[in-house]
Design a protein around this ligand. Structure first.
Ligand code: S3P
Length: 466
């Protein structure tokens, strides 16, 4: 579905406090573990973005009762791991997390199922989950030409395996661990370096016993090893989802790169496997502080305080990549705003995200007048010049749309982001937060609003008639 473009003008300083919606990765996993648990679980601050709603719809199709007593709250009635055969294919929409994690769960059920998705998801590689699950005894066929969806899963008994993942991927690790919950014996996943660990933290919170060996600071490798004994009970618990640092990332960069800005982001998840962006921005010279206020249900949560300033280029590569994988689009924008060169390497995975993000970032930055050299696994960005407003495609990718909306705030003239419906997959309130921040600034500075879209123009039109 196409939607109204964002029209963005150069913005004044940002000076405000915000919260961001619930974490996408955590929201998916909360539904999954609640649905497999032995009782009723209430999930609060659930992200009602399209990706997580795809997971909720999938479990409803698998016979799980999920109520929504109020916005952002779900009550999930656990099934003790026994799901019901779905009527027809399960549509995962745009969500790779839904498809890959659910493949691990469905491989162990006593029925056949089919997982499908939108045009973007139909192009994403699934061999990475099919291969280990097949080793566990799963019968999965890919319907697409290049090991791409749909996934046709004939569920049945599974055996535990020890599996070394070729790349650090939380989706692959989680698919194997979720399958391992149903398998006979101890399943072990060995990752080349740690990927986000929400599945492990949440399994422990739901009282599943896990053993995790993290790399020692002195160890020559960054290998991480996670083991779990199969057939454990998942105890039902209530769960409150922290704010999504990947959504906060857009505002972090918007404020960090603008001298005079001051932004406080509250109730945001500060899981160290997700806060790589903070380290990168500090290296770029950002004045930024994180404070963990609570560790709730296994997830650290707190505030990030940013004071705007001048940024300088950096290198983002190696083991740091899994920790910032979703933030590369906005970090590339930060690189364009920084003095000097920013080099991104070892991020080939970006070629198979919701779109080819390396190509999309490079093309959009060039349209804004930024010199970019593209590599197979990253890019070199020459920052420091004034960004020019431009008409930019979103490629149907939420993080490309939002990253370049932020670039537009720092550009001269008008920036138009086309096809912005994709923003709903992870950040339904993005446009209104942008409006709030900017209208507050423009009121203070008696300037005109810097963003408008057809929808928001319509909204403004309606309210002015009241
Ligand atoms: C996710 C893991 C990451 C990330 C994605 C969400 C998850 O993918 O890019 O947006 O929730 O497990 P990979 O694990 O494939 O790198």
């Amino acid at each position: 579905m196409k939607s109204a473009p964002f029209h963005i003008k150069h913005a004044p300083v940002l000076e405000t406090e915000i919260t961001v919606p619930g974490d996408k990765s955590v929201s998916h996993r909360a539904i999954m573990l609640a649905a497999l648990s032995n009782g009723v679980c209430k999930i609060t601050n659930f992200l009602e973005g399209e990706d997580c709603l795809s997971t909720a719809a999938a479990f409803r199709q698998l016979g799980v009762t999920i109520e929504q007593p109020e916005p952002g709250t779900l009550v999930v009635y656990g099934t003790r791991g026994v799901l019901t055969a779905p009527q027809g294919p399960i549509d995962c929409g745009n969500s790779g997390t839904t498809m890959r994690l659910m493949s691990g769960i469905l491989a162990a059920q006593s029925f056949t199922s089919e997982l499908t998705g939108d045009a973007s998801l139909q192009n994403r590689p699934m061999r990475r989950v099919v291969e280990p699950l097949t080793r566990m005894g799963a019968k999965i066929r890919t319907g697409g030409a290049r090991d791409t969806p749909p996934l046709l899963i004939e569920g049945g008994p599974l055996q535990a395996i020890t599996y070394r993942t070729p790349v650090a991927s939380a989706q692959v690790k989680s698919a194997i661990l979720l399958a391992g919950l149903f398998a006979e014996g101890v399943t072990t996943v060995i990752e080349p370096s740690p990927s986000r660990d929400h599945t492990e933290r949440m399994l422990e919170y739901f009282l599943v016993k896990l053993e995790t060996e993290h790399p020692k600071p002195t160890s020559p490798t960054k290998e991480c090893r996670i083991s779990l004994q199969g057939r454990q009970q998942i105890e039902s618990r209530d769960f409150s989802v922290p704010g999504d640092i990947s959504s906060a990332a857009f505002w972090l960069v918007a404020a960090a790169a603008r001298p005079g800005s001051r932004l406080l982001i509250k109730n945001v998840g500060l899981n160290p496997t997700r806060t790589g962006i903070i380290g990168v921005l500090i290296r770029m010279g950002a004045r930024l502080r994180e404070v963990v206020e609570v560790v709730a249900q296994g997830e650290p949560c707190g505030v990030i305080d940013i004071k705007g300033g001048r940024l300088r280029g950096t290198v983002i590569a190696g083991d740091e990549i899994p920790n910032v994988i979703d933030e590369i689009p906005i970090l590339a924008v930060a690189g364009a705003l920084a003095e000097g060169e920013t080099i991104i390497r070892d991020a080939k995975e970006l070629r198979v995200k919701e779109t080819d993000r390396i190509a999309a970032i490079a093309s959009n930055l060039r349209l804004m007048g930024v010199p970019v050299e593209e590599f197979e696994d990253g890019m070199k960005i020459t920052g420091g010049q004034k960004l020019k407003g431009a008409k930019l495609p979103s490629y149907g990718d939420h993080r490309i749309a939002m990253a370049f909306a932020i670039a537009g705030l720092h550009a001269s003239g008008e920036t138009v982001i086309e096809d912005t419906a994709c923003v709903q997959t992870s950040y339904p309130g993005f446009e209104s937060t942008l409006m709030d921040i900017l209208q507050r600034n423009s009121m203070r500075q008696k300037r005109t609003p810097v963003i408008s879209s057809l929808d928001s123009r319509r909204r403004r039109g309606k309210s002015s008639k009241k």
